[in-house]
Design a protein around this ligand. Sequence first.
Ligand SMILES: CC(C)=CCC/C(C)=C(\C)COP(=O)(O)OP(=O)(O)O
Ligand SMILES: [Mg+2]
Length: 412
Amino acid sequence: MPDPEPSPSQSSLPAAASGGRPLVPSPPIPSAVDVSAAEVRTPGAGLDRILGGPSGLGTAGLRLVRREEPPTPPTLPEPPAAAAAAEGSPIPGLYYHPVAEPDPVRVEEVGRRIKAWALDEVDLYPEEWEQEFDGFSVGRYMVVCHPDAPTVDHLMLATRLMVAENAVDDCYCEDHGGSPIGLGGRLLLAHTALDPLHTTREYQPQWTESLHADAPRRAYRSAMEYFLQVASPSQADRFRHDMARLHMGYLAEAAWAQTDHVPEVWEYLAMRQFNNFRPCPTITDSVGGYELPADLHALPAMQRVIALAGNATTIVNDLYSYTKELASPGRHLNLPVVIAEREGLPDREAYLKAIEVHNDLMHDFEAQATALATACPVPSVQRFLRGVAVWVDGNHHWHQTNTYRYTLPDFW
Ligand SMILES: CC(C)=CCC/C(C)=C(\C)COP(=O)(O)OP(=O)(O)O
Ligand SMILES: [Mg+2]
């Protein structure tokens, strides 16, 4: 992967590991000073065991202190007057953190390279979809979500995967030929582009050929091939697991659409925990050029932080895409729509309640992340938590400023 690297005018993270200040005025990870002990689950005994390392005969070399530490990230920039420059308005009452504008040099380079990949390497879309592809502004999205990526090559890992994930959603599930009918089969076969089929010599070639059969599979296959050049086996496996979660969420949404079923609010939230941005923030270490070890990623406290972060980012999408989804054919479920239907609230009240749900998720995410960062003073954990928090903030920024795609309802 060649990298004519534009000099980043923005980079960050983690405040703790770099000794610098955070790029965004976001939660004080890893300082837990403002979190009441009653609100936060203490990371459990599993953490003590991992931090202590194995204790049996001959295990001294396996202790946590022997882990390779993440590289020190680049120097932090001056905080810009970013929010003022951003297009689009934030949702009134939404709890979020403003971020620095993404480095325009990186945005342009990622935008140039992703278009070349889409057109020349995976033949992603027909000419008529070009405006929509450009309007998605995936370069801006990924640069703002990964300010600590050491190179544009690293950013491209996230960018290709983001485009591929959206191609699957659009072409298999939603408004570019998607349908709930037959979705399970399509998703499973596409999933094999991430998690390969191991079969007999007779059938292997047909499977290999199938990975070129449509744009979603070409995109998944290629994006994963690049990702595997950088990700460790456990990072790759983490990603596959998160993608399986995502596909399960798509299937539940589709099943409800097929029978025009509106789930209860908690059931909708359960579906949306799977049909979720989670696979994007959880590659923050691969994109940052370091690794959160598998046993630390698997900690229940880390899993809770990741789930809360993913849920907050995804409800942000429900809120910003509300009018787009109301205008789409049929009934498109999102949190305000489900609250209105299931709790008998007027649209505006339901929307305002959905904002509160989002804000509660954000506060809980920050409290749990702070508690974990305090309990687990390991540089890769600190940096990963910071990376997830910045992804959450960058995701909000992209939704707020993507006025090509999203418009706020007239509720204020
Ligand atoms: C990038 C990625 C992993 C996406 C998976 C789930 C997904 C498509 C979203 C969380 C976005 O939700 P939605 O389909 O409602 O998107 P738009 O509102 O149409 O932008
Ligand atoms: Mg949406």
